[in-house]
Design a protein around this ligand. Structure first.
Ligand code: SAM
Length: 289
């Protein structure tokens, strides 16, 4: 049965698939995969297994990192012919550390209709159960494979006020955590999510100093797929930050009655802030009066 009329352009559906547990497929995803004329898939063998599980028979087209740009013209042609097309990756949401960006960008620029069918993604799944701040987070994807590049990438985030989220695979997880330990230090808070939605799903939460031996001491802990989340940097309070309005009020009241040097000394005893910092602040207050 054809799903289109020849004079009407088709739609590209970006369909999220499960990241492990097949029961996480959404009803809309199943309906869309059943309805479309063909499916572009990162690895057609993997998608065929999913479709067999769902009882869906469909034409599959390979669309992966190495042929994505060459496939843009074909997909645009099929859409113009009125076909509806789905894009899926091996797991989770396409384009998120997966192929599809070049295709979607190009087709968006050509004004084709592109409809997302939302579902699982390892980032949000991991973050939702990590217990780290969720108001500001940055998705960093995979770290570079080589130590120098990895270190450089991590150093750029040393003072990040965001929860940082990294993807990692079994053969690199130990190296990446070792570099994180080197860059951020043993006390940095971390949550590692392993094998999300699968039988051996596991969360480690603690510090980088504890995570490294946890990975090394048990080879099982290195198996599977990982999301590593680093807590935002703690804001270091220096004396000027602490110099809040209450301190200023105390200082100003003392300056009214005493010479500045003495006022700074007493304010220092009352607040625990150094008398030198208070003396400088006192000078500023005197100038502004
Ligand atoms: N598109 C996917 C998504 O939406 O999350 C990500 C694909 S990326 C090629 C694969 C990486 O995602 C893995 O190496 C791992 O870091 C993360 N990942 C995917 N599934 C996972 C799972 N079940 N548990 C933990 N991490 C997972």
């Amino acid at each position: 049965m054809s799903n289109h009329t020849p004079d009407q352009q088709g739609t590209l559906y970006i369909v999220a698939t499960p990241i492990g547990n097949l029961a996480d497929i959404t009803q809309r995803a199943v309906e869309t995969l059943s309805f479309v004329d063909r499916i572009c898939a990162e690895d057609t063998r993997n998608t065929r297994k999913l479709l067999n599980h769902l009882g869906i028979k469909k034409t599959l087209v390979a669309l992966h990192d190495h042929n994505e740009t060459q496939k843009i013209d074909s997909v645009a042609y099929w859409l113009r012919e009125g076909e509806n097309i789905a894009l899926v990756s091996d797991a989770g949401t396409p384009l998120i550390s997966d192929p599809g960006y070049h295709l979607v960008k190009a087709l968006r620029e050509m004004d084709f209709q592109i409809v997302p069918i939302p579902g699982a993604s390892a980032i949000i799944t991991a973050l939702s159960a990590a217990g780290l701040a969720t108001n500001k987070f940055s998705f960093e994807g995979f770290l570079p494979a080589k130590e120098a590049g990895r270190k450089q990438a991590l150093l750029a985030n040393i003072d990040s006020q965001y929860t940082q989220i990294y993807y990692e695979s079994s053969h690199r997880v130990v190296h990446s955590v070792a570099t994180m330990l080197d860059v951020f230090g043993a006390d940095k808070k971390v949550v590692l999510a392993r094998e999300l939605t699968k039988l051996y799903e596991q969360f480690f939460h603690g510090t980088l100093g504890d995570l490294h031996p946890w990975l090394i001491d048990d080879k099982m802990h290195q198996k599977g797929e990982f999301v590593i989340m680093l807590a935002a940097a703690e804001i270091k309070k220096n004396e000027s930050d602490v110099m809040n309005s209450t301190v200023e009020q105390v200082l100003a009241a003392l300056i009214d009655e005493l010479p500045l040097k003495q006022a700074a000394k007493i304010a220092g005893k009352l607040t625990g802030i150094s008398k030198n910092a208070l003396y400088k602040q006192g000078l500023k207050l005197q100038k502004s009066q």
